[in-house]
Design a protein around this ligand. Structure first.
Ligand SMILES: [Zn+2]
Length: 215
C-alpha cells in the first residue's frame, strides 16, 4: 500500500476525515475516539467482532458469524451471517445468499454477483451491476446496464439505465423510507469480544502483528 489518502468515518460521532492509508490508527478530529485503520482479510470461519476504519475482505472461504463488523469499506465474496456496518463502500461479489444484516454508505452489487439478501438492507446509495434479490432502504438507487433487482425498494430516487431491470415493489418518497426504516431490525449490535490476532490475517504482510485496538 502506498501513501494514498482515504476518507474514513468515526464510529462514535460519524465525523468524516481524510487520513493517509499508511497509518495503522488515528484519532477522530472531532471527538477524539480511537480509530483502528488496519485492513483485514477473513478466509476461515470467523465469529469475533471487528471495528476498523480500514477495509474488511471476506474471501470466498470466509464465513462470518460475528454479531458486529464495523469497517470503512468491505468486499464480500464469502458468507456473511452477522451484522456489518460500513461507513464507506461495501462491494458484494458473491453468488448466493447473504443472511446477515448490512448497513452502508454505498452498497455495490458487482457485475458477476448474484445475491439473495435475507434481511432488509440499509444504504445511502445502492448501485447494481449484477443481480440481487433484496428489500432495500436507500436514498438513491442506480441499476446499471446488466443489473437486475427484484424485491422491494424504498428510496428517494431511482435510476434504471437502459439494459437494467427492476422487478418488484417500488416506494419513492421520504415518508416511505422512514416507515420502512422503523421496521428494520438493528438489534444484535451488542458488544462482544474483539477479534484475536490468530483469527485474522492482516492484509499487508509486512505490517505489525494484527491486534485490535485499545478500546
Ligand atoms: Zn468522532
Amino acid at each position: 500500500m502506498g501513501d494514498k489518502e482515504r476518507e474514513i468515518g468515526c464510529f462514535t460521532c460519524a465525523h468524516r476525515q481524510i487520513v493517509t492509508s499508511a497509518f495503522q490508527n488515528t484519532m477522530c478530529a472531532a471527538c477524539g475516539a480511537y480509530i483502528d485503520l488496519r485492513d483485514f482479510k477473513i478466509i476461515t470461519p470467523f465469529g469475533r467482532s471487528i471495528q476498523t476504519g480500514g477495509e474488511v475482505l471476506i474471501g470466498d472461504k470466509g464465513d462470518v458469524s460475528s454479531t458486529k463488523i464495523m469497517c470503512g469499506s468491505a468486499t464480500i465474496e464469502g458468507r456473511l451471517r452477522g451484522y456489518m456496518i460500513c461507513t464507506g463502500t461495501l462491494t458484494i461479489k458473491r453468488k448466493g445468499a447473504v443472511t446477515g444484516g448490512i448497513e452502508s454508505e454505498t452498497l455495490v452489487i458487482a457485475k458477476r454477483a448474484d445475491v439473495d439478501f435475507s434481511r432488509t438492507i440499509k444504504t445511502r446509495i445502492f448501485e447494481v451491476n449484477g443481480r440481487a434479490h433484496a428489500r432495500v432502504i436507500a436514498e438513491k438507487v442506480i441499476i446499471h446496464k446488466g443489473g437486475y433487482v427484484d424485491g422491494a425498494i424504498y428510496a428517494r430516487s431511482i435510476i434504471v439505465d437502459k439494459g437494467g431491470v427492476f422487478s418488484g415493489e417500488l416506494f419513492i418518497g421520504h415518508d416511505n423510507a422512514v416507515a420502512a426504516e422503523e421496521s428494520v431490525n438493528l438489534q444484535a449490535l451488542d458488544n462482544e469480544e474483539e477479534a484475536t490476532p490468530e483469527q485474522i490475517r492482516d492484509k499487508s504482510d509486512d505490517d505489525n502483528e494484527p491486534q485490535l485496538g485499545l478500546l
